[in-house]
Design a protein around this ligand. Structure first.
Ligand code: BG6
Length: 505
């Protein structure tokens, strides 16, 4: 794959340069971009962190281990890593100390001289949220972000803890930087299959006419994980599944499915259309929350033949923790297109299968003329978009089973990425980093999107806070979550769709 764009000289500062994100995601992604010729010809990475390394070479060695484990490109390492890593440096940095920023000035000055033009400067804040805020203020005070076109800041989630704190954070950032400089990452938006939703919907005339409440009965989104909270108990205690997955990733998936057609692929046009969806999602009254949202927490049990402990026994977790590791909810979008179409979502840790799946279930055929016995296995049409780990789109429809009798069966028509395309799909972080470098904000969260998303989950958060759960832990590892989740959808006469078998359901 050949890179197409000629990008300006760029310096990427990674704060948290010795951290996990840098090692597992950022540098492997940058290395892949390099191999595919997507990086600017003049490109330097400067890691800044508190862990001392003996030398730049020592730092590069550590990053190389990350690349070997996470870049997925082991066979292409020969020689190329040497070239790539010769442009990686490390500064031992105390972020609270003003003198640390002098080094940054020097780096930019030196590179401007070497390259004969001022570079694009990216500050990637791969640090804890409180620190990111301090750091952003320092960068502002030290006048390192004065050029709104050539300086960019990248923030990882969480963006605030609730609506109020997100609003305050946005106000603070907007008082220092232009919105065009701020790149808020939601890594789901960088996933190839998520971006393909726009192509599927808006590059085909076939689906748009039926993409509304006249034809669609309901929509489901499942984002299930087979891992627990791992070593992130401290963070997770402040978050829970609602903040960790729903406020961002799942609401963004709803936006992709529900947005109106954009008139262009301009970043703000796409983001305007998405924010319209968020504004139209019905806000729950506190009394309605119990009927629309279910929470769960995993007990001790077994996962893939291994014994696992309950959430409340995890490291850094309160033994009486009320924090949810599972959420199921029903949302409505109050606009013409989606009025009365329920969007069911569920997400959780230690569930039966790792899968992110969007299911669009169509209404029944208006009139059914086949003999009753022909249709014993009759099922409504369904479109399934598998985001991960399977990457495919399938349409379920009825077919006549071969034979002398009229017997109908549901069958699937499948588009599979693996079968349709050769080669490797880029990782989400590759796409997102390439967009930061080229200054394209389409896949990043704008301030108003973040706040509109918090406003949707705020009533659920508040209600749950006031009414601590009485039945936690309430699901077994390896299950599909608490029984209440089944009931939530069964009350409306539906059931959760599961990962489809390869060819037939
Ligand atoms: C992150 C959450 O944003 O997304 C994690 O903080 C979660 O808790 C992860 O595990 C899931 O991402 P993916 O890409 O594995 O679905």
């Amino acid at each position: 794959m050949e890179g197409q764009k000629k990008l300006p000289p760029t310096i990427l500062f990674i704060f948290g340069g010795s951290g996990d994100l840098t090692n597992r995601k950022l540098v492997p992604a940058l290395y892949n971009l390099f191999l595919d010729n997507y990086l600017p010809d003049k490109f330097v990475i400067i890691g800044a962190g508190r862990t001392p390394f003996d030398s730049d070479e020592d730092y590069r060695k550590k990053l190389f281990e990350g690349v070997q484990s996470f870049s997925g490109r082991k066979d292409e390492l020969d020689g190329k890593w040497q070239v790539f890593s010769s442009n990686i440096f490390y500064h031992l940095t105390d972020l609270r100390d003003d003198s640390s920023y002098q080094n940054i000035f020097e780096d930019i000055k030196n590179k401007t001289k070497d390259w004969g033009e001022p570079p694009v400067t990216i500050f990637y804040l791969a640090v804890a949220p409180q620190l990111a805020q301090v750091l952003a203020q320092k960068l502002y005070e030290q006048k390192l972000c004065e050029d709104p076109v050539r300086t960019r800041l990248v923030f990882e989630k969480p963006f605030g803890h609730d609506l109020q704190s997100a609003h305050e954070l946005n106000q603070l950032l907007r008082s220092m930087f232009d919105e065009e400089q701020i790149f808020r990452i939601d890594h789901y938006l960088g996933k190839e299959t998520v971006q393909n939703i726009l192509a599927f919907r808006f590059a085909n005339a076939l689906f748009e006419p039926i993409w509304n409440n006249n034809y669609i009965d309901h929509i489901q989104i499942t984002a299930a994980e087979t891992v627990g909270v791992e070593n992130r108990g401290g963070y997770y205690e402040q978050a829970g599944a609602l903040r960790d997955m729903v406020q961002n990733h799942i609401l963004q998936l709803i936006c992709m499915i529900a947005m109106e057609p954009p008139v262009s692929f301009d970043a703000n046009e796409i983001r305007n259309k998405k924010v319209d969806v968020l504004h139209a999602i019905r806000k729950l009254d506190p009394e309605e929350v119990h009927a629309h949202a279910v929470r769960g927490q995993y007990a001790a049990g077994w996962m893939n033949g291994k014994q696992v402990q309950a959430y409340r026994q995890e490291k850094d977790v309160n033994p009486q923790s009320p924090v949810e590791t599972f959420v199921a909810a029903k949302f409505f979008i109050d606009n013409w297109r989606w009025r009365n179409v329920p969007f069911y979502i569920r997400t959780g840790k230690f569930l039966h299968e790792k899968t992110t799946l969007i299911t669009i279930e169509f209404k029944d055929a208006p009139c059914y003329s086949f003999p009753k016995e022909a249709a014993e296995t009759w099922r409504p049409n369904r479109l399934t978009i598998s985001i991960q780990p399977e990457m495919d789109i399938r349409i379920r429809f009825q077919a006549k089973q071969p034979g002398q009798e009229m017997v109908l069966n549901p069958v699937n028509m499948i588009f599979s990425y693996a079968e349709a395309y050769d080669g490797r799909e880029p990782e989400a972080y590759e796409t997102l980093l390439e967009d930061v470098i080229s200054g394209n904000q389409t896949l990043f969260m704008r301030a108003d999107q973040v706040e509109a998303a918090w406003a949707i989950i705020e009533p659920i958060m508040q209600t749950w806070l006031k009414r601590p759960p009485v039945d936690f832990p309430n699901y077994t590892p390896g299950s599909w979550g608490p029984e209440d989740s089944e009931e939530l959808i069964a009350r409306d006469g539906h059931h959760w769709a599961v990962v489809p078998a390869k060819t037939k359901e």
